[in-house]
Design a protein around this ligand. Structure first.
Ligand SMILES: NC(=O)c1ccc[n+]([C@@H]2O[C@H](COP(=O)([O-])OP(=O)(O)OC[C@H]3O[C@@H](n4cnc5c(N)ncnc54)[C@H](O)[C@@H]3O)[C@@H](O)[C@H]2O)c1
Ligand SMILES: [Zn+2]
Ligand SMILES: [Zn+2]
Length: 374
């Protein structure tokens, strides 16, 4: 079938993207779903900084690629042997497909699925196939098994989770990345206990979802750090108890607020220098949690003795250490009960053709989550 999709052919084009147009809306041929796959009509797709990092070239991926990984849709057709879904099912995508067979999957850590990671790096679906056709050259890559900036997409059934059809698509999409990553980092990776101190560096979709997760956990204080005053003001309305301006004085301020350093400090910028500040703002016995994705060449170092003498922990958190089939319904239930107001992350609704302007806005920090309504 033919479908319209936003295609990235070259990374590293200059801003503004409204002029350089890194993403072009093209009519592509989409092959029928293979074994264990399904055709999904995309209903809403969010713009995440990880998409922006691919556009910038900070997170290199095989080109050309149909971008987008935070989205919701409705199943239209099943490939042979796909049994867990039926046409008409509403789904949220998971940006790491879980094979179910590798050791991390067997251990209940599907965010670390080895076969899923290999497929994502190669730009294929979980089974190794590509369903986008780019005539005449042929190969067109999938983004994290999802490729959601498109009217239709084909995914592995292991890249999707069924959701309540009553959920509005533009809200449902947010659970696929921002919520799973930010709330998951707090509730799964760090397992923050009630009354523990939390700091969040970087108040985008991921960081603000972490603030919401910290509120659910009952953390106190919750210190929100960003360079932009609007983001800090927003975090206070999300339930942060303190806001600190990012910069050279931030660590000292945090140490004063938390009485010597926080128990849990989250980095959701994707900058190794900010990760170093997060480590410096963590207290004795505390945990520093990295959710941001810096360029693969960047390094991070700590005073080695502090790990031992202060019993410090540094943890990475990929996809919020989520088990999507457990956590998407769990976080949706918290949202529907009014306890995780993730709709507040949604700042803009876009059309597919506005996607380049949307990434300009994200790069300038003028948006939290912008969602394309298909
Ligand atoms: N771990 C995962 O599974 C996962 C999933 C999604 C996104 N990510 C990564 O998380 C990061 C955040 O993503 P996002 O979509 O929330 O991004 P975003 O662009 O919406 O937010 C980033 C925020 O950081 C702020 N910031 C910039 N420099 C700062 C500094 N020096 N100190 C403090 N704040 C600063 C910006 O003003 C902005 O508010 C990115 O690196 C992204 O690639 C990781
Ligand atoms: Zn994302
Ligand atoms: Zn696996």
């Amino acid at each position: 079938m033919k479908t319209r999709a936003a295609v990235l052919r070259r990374m590293g084009l200059p801003r503004p993207y409204a002029q350089s147009l890194p993403l072009r809306i093209e009519e592509l041929e989409l092959a029928a779903p293979g074994a264990g796959e399904m055709l999904v009509r995309v209903t809403a797709a969010g713009l995440c900084h990880s998409d922006l990092s691919v556009i910038e070239g900070a997170r290199p991926r095989p080109m050309p690629m149909v971008l987008g990984h935070e989205a919701a849709g409705v199943v239209e057709a099943l490939g042979p042997g796909t049994v867990a879904f039926a046409p008409g099912d509403h789904v949220v995508f998971s940006f790491v497909p879980m094979c179910g067979d590798c050791l991390p999957c067997a251990e209940g850590r599907p965010a670390l699925c080895e076969n899923g990671a290999a497929a994502n790096t190669a730009g294929t679906l979980l089974g190794g196939a590509r369903r986008w056709c780019d005539a005449p050259e042929g190969q067109m890559n999938h983004h994290l098994g999802v490729s959601a900036f498109a009217e239709h997409t084909v995914v592995s059934a292991r890249s999707a989770v069924k959701i309540d059809p009553a959920l509005p698509p533009e809200i449902a999409a947010l659970f696929g990345c921002a919520v799973m990553t930010g709330a998951g980092a707090v509730l799964n990776t760090a397992r923050v206990p009630a009354g523990a101190s939390v700091v969040v560096f970087g108040l985008g979709g991921v960081g603000l979802a972490a603030v919401l997760g910290a509120v659910v956990a009952g953390a106190q204080p919750i210190v929100a750090v960003d360079t932009l005053p609007e983001k800090r003001a927003l975090a206070l309305t999300f339930g942060a108890s303190h806001a600190v301006r990012a910069g050279e004085h931030a660590v000292a301020e945090i140490r004063a607020i938390t009485g010597g350093g926080a128990a849990y400090v989250f980095e959701s910028v994707g900058n190794e220098a900010v990760l170093a500040q997060a480590y410096a703002a963590t207290g004795r016995g505390g945990m520093t949690i990295a959710t941001g994705l810096p360029h693969p060449t960047k390094q991070f170092s700590v005073p080695a003795v502090s790990l031992v003498a202060e019993e410090r922990t540094v943890r990475g958190s990929y996809m919020g250490s989520a088990v999507p089939r457990r956590d998407v319904p769990r976080f949706v239930a918290l949202y529907q009960a009014g306890k995780l107001p993730v709709d507040r992350l949604l700042t803009h609704r876009l059309r597919l053709q506005d996607v380049n302007e949307g990434f300009d806005r994200l790069a300038e920090g003028q948006a939290v989550r912008q969602v394309i309504i298909m």
